[in-house]
Design a protein around this ligand. Sequence first.
Ligand code: PLP
Length: 566
Amino acid sequence: MADPINAFLHNTHIAYFTMEIALRSEIHTYSGGLGILAGDTARSCADLQLPVVFLSLASRSGYLRQELDDHGNQIDRPDPWDPGAWTEPLDAMIAIELAGRQVWIRPWLHVLTSPLGSRVPVILLDTDLDQNDPADRTITDRLYGGDLTNRLRQEAVLGIGGVRILQALGFIIRSYHMNEGHSAFLTTELLRHHPRPTNHIDSPPLLYDPEHVVERCIFTTHTPVEAGHDRFPYDLVEHELGSFIAIEELKRYAGSDDCNMTKLALALSGYVNGVAQRHAETTERMFPGYHVRAITNGVHVASWAHNAFAHLFTAHFPHWSHEPEVLFRADQLPDDAIWQAHMQAKAELIDMTAQKTGVRLDPDRPIIGFARRMTGYKRPELIFSDLERLEAIHTRHPFQIVWAGKAHPDDLEGKQLIAEINDHIAAMRGKIEMAFLPNYDLDIARTLVGGADIWLNTPLPPLEASGTSGMKASVNGVLNLSILDGWWVEGWIEGVTGWSIGTDLGHQGEHHASDLYDKLEGTVLPLFYEDRARWIWMMKQSISKLASYFNSQRMMRRYATEAYLR
Ligand SMILES: *Cc1c(COP(=O)(O)O)cnc(C)c1O
């Protein structure tokens, strides 16, 4: 039988490297926004028939299955999945040297098929092989798992191993796209393909020629804070990678203090971009001297539209799934059809909430959705800043809140936030109906962004690089109420596509809680109860103005013409 990868070899020349990728809920190779973005990127590449192959890790034990104990504390469980059920093993095998040992890597192939039938290959790298030392078999086991040494090994397997696997499989790759800095070691593997003529006089002498690498690399950064960037001490790098690359040469690119993966990717990429306009500006300030472009993120509309909306769109705009731009005319859809679709999606969310938590929500009251990675800068606790005020608002205009989100196992602050939210939910039972859905994943996200009425986002600017869950909500006419940061700076038209919390001036955030209460009490909730026609008009504006633009089809057309065809 022919190797299943052969079908892709002749027409693929771009490789997209990502530490996580959300392909489907059964494949536990993602943790949050970065993985969802990679998944939506792959889905759009399939739709648009772009010549891209995706590389990630097998992560057999997944990221984290979240359980909650009786006090609402997160319990971390492994979240295993079976690569054999969703991928097929490929024959190629390569090794890299780590800590003086040969570490063998085997690829699994998942073929992602678009609704229209076109396909892209996704290759997942696995070190769980008999040939390997037991310590090395677990390198690719747990996404973002283990200590700093394991993190470095994971990044070496992805970056260095990924380039070698592509070569071993027979791909001829022209462009390498790094989704975040985790895969930046790929640049060092490419450097080694371009030794410098020995008659060059440099001090210190350079062994490799960076020009060829820069030409071929594209880097998308996602982290707007210095502390968020991956970095490794050089003695660890030296211990793990040995003589793979001269440390003095690596320091020229990755920084003199420690090996900063963002600096490495920046220094060796000819095209660098942030994931929203504001984020690109923040990144340029953080790394002076680099030109950072902006390609604002998008979501795969066909994957995030609730079935009821998908049917409605198909009836009016037959090609919306391939070309979501046509949704600009969604403001012409009939009001009752929009509301009916919404109530169907909302009923599903109410059922799921009852089933998972026992909390029965009321379909006639607005549901506020808040779901994302639980971590400090996302400030999920902001709405609880003044409980008396919150209850007073609820007395006049009742609302309900559904929460979801995981904290990274090492993020103690994030775990504390989950416990606090659950304390508030318990304390307000019988007053304000709220529920926390455990184990936020693709399926829960789909139901939540389909069936909420209001999508709340309260990050501390400028830390939300883009944010994508609000884009998913907009596809279903769920109205965004959000701090002006990331994508919302570009999508927000007050009282038309949604609402801001606070103004665009002054990012300090100390007034954000009262701004949130003012907006809820004075604008959002009264509109829901007192002017349903205007509310539905806004739902239509949201689909028409946001979903037609903040989609991954538009995003990938921009990557294709501006980054890949450079
Ligand atoms: C969309 C999504 C995210 C990212 O949401 P943000 O608003 O960008 O933080 C995280 N996790 C899941 C499961 C998602 O679907």
